[in-house]
Design a protein around this ligand. Structure first.
Ligand SMILES: Cc1cc2nc3c(=O)[nH]c(=O)nc-3n(C[C@H](O)[C@H](O)[C@H](O)COP(=O)(O)OP(=O)(O)OC[C@H]3O[C@@H](n4cnc5c(N)ncnc54)[C@H](O)[C@@H]3O)c2cc1C
Length: 368
């Protein structure tokens, strides 16, 4: 089977390794340059262990990180690790078509998708980078010359796998719908170059909102839900007020906050949950974030995506001549895993009761 994977993020790369181990030679098309990723911390949940073990990178990632909820004689529930430890391990020895952006899909007369058309990625997109490489959250852009000559390129495929993230251009081009449900609250996050004493801490607040902290060896990050007031109003109280609030509501984050000195290390965002009613059409299948995205405090989005990659690789191995049969098997195996997580997402529960419960004055952000 001729397979084109669109997106060389963690799910696309994991799928590519698992397919190569099964005798296939997929083409990965990635819009960014070779070796690119946004540096940050990352929580690898247990759902992602098996696929990474099979790829052969789990031990390396686990050893580079800190265990979360370690259990004697058992693997930890999750691992807090530098994001690059996983991405660099997956990028190793993996051929990829970099600096190409998929712009349209090829379709035959019967409506089957048969390939992708790509353009060289514009230099201003290649230049997007983080302000602070050690885990802060801001982004900036600068022109970065493309190493690939400008042009249009085509790749034929029996199966196009959309591993192109939550906004998934491939999903849209294929006409697969997405249900995007904005969360009723916003989020503020911080990035710090100082690790905390503990690898993880989280608390729920009285209105069902949450505050948490993740710390890997090289840094830490925090997040909390807050009123949907826009970035300016949410960050207006300033660095000291934000640090005071964080330490008061989540004392375990105190040592992480020592490395926070600038308001640029905070970021305000408004997040949405994402689910897709259908996961494939003849010639195209959704995997990872293109297929589903969960609430921020679940910490499961990537682990579920890695599990998708595992299931799809095995479905293709079992149906090497029939892409539709492989997609059908993939959906049959994964729906009983993924759909319950979607239904039980705590963010979805908050959407249902939004406006019914007020936070206490001490928890409210920004303060009244
Ligand atoms: C700040 C932040 C923190 C997070 N923390 C955690 C965490 O701790 N634990 C966890 O489990 N999950 C976490 N997540 C979610 C996790 O990062 C994602 O679930 C995971 O990265 C999904 O991988 P993916 O490969 O499906 O998609 P992505 O990582 O989004 O990769 C998509 C790739 O497709 C490429 N692409 C997009 N469009 C095109 C195109 N047209 N042509 C070619 N290439 C294209 C992109 O450049 C990108 O490389 C976090 C997310 C964010 C934003």
């Amino acid at each position: 089977m001729n397979i084109v994977i669109v997106g060389g993020g963690m799910v696309g790369m994991t799928l590519a390794h698992l397919l190569r181990q099964r005798g296939f030679e997929p083409t990965i098309i990635e819009r960014m340059s070779a070796g690119h990723y946004f540096p940050r911390g990352y929580m690898l949940g247990f759902q992602g262990y098996e696929p990474l073990e099979e790829v052969g990178v789990y031990d390396e990632v686990k050893d580079a990180g800190r265990p979360i909820a370690p259990r004697p004689g058992e693997p930890p529930v999750a691992v807090a690790v530098r994001f690059g430890a996983l991405i660099e391990a997956l990028q190793r020895d993996l051929p990829m078509e970099n600096e190409l952006t998929v712009t349209s899909l090829k379709e035959d007369k019967l409506g089957r998708f048969t390939g992708v058309v790509c353009e060289t990625t514009p230099s201003e997109i290649l230049g997007i980078k983080t302000i602070d490489g050690a885990g802060a959250l801001g982004e900036s852009a600068e022109d970065r010359p493309a190493s690939r000559p400008q042009g249009t390129f085509e790749f034929d495929a029996d199966l196009i796998v959309a591993c192109d993230g939550t906004r998934s251009p491939v999903r849209e081009m294929a006409g697969l719908s997405a249900e995007i449900d904005p969360l009723p609250e916003a989020a503020i996050g911080f990035g710090s170059t100082t690790p905390a004493d503990e690898s993880f801490a989280m608390a729920y607040m009285s209105d069902g909102g949450h505050i948490g902290m993740l710390s890997w060896h090289e840094g830490a990050a925090g997040w909390r839900s807050c009123d949907k007031v826009g970035a300016e109003a949410a960050l207006a109280p300033g660095v000291d007020a934000l640090k005071e609030m964080w330490t008061r509501l989540l004392p375990a984050s105190e040592s992480a906050l020592e490395g926070v000195t600038s308001i640029d290390q905070f970021r305000y965002s408004e997040l949405s949950l994402l689910r897709t009613p259908e996961w494939w059409k003849p010639g195209v299948v959704l995997v990872g974030d293109s297929c589903h995205f969960f609430g921020p405090e679940t910490g499961i989005s990537s682990g579920i995506g890695l599990g998708d990659a595992h299931a799809l690789a095995e479905a293709i191995r079992q149906n090497p001549e029939d892409a539709d049969a492989a997609c059908h098997a993939y959906e049959t195996w994964r729906a009983p895993v993924v759909r319950p997580y979607e239904a039980n997402d705590p963010g979805r529960q908050r959407i249902m009761v939004a406006g019914q419960v007020e936070p206490t004055p001490e928890e409210r952000w920004p303060p009244a």
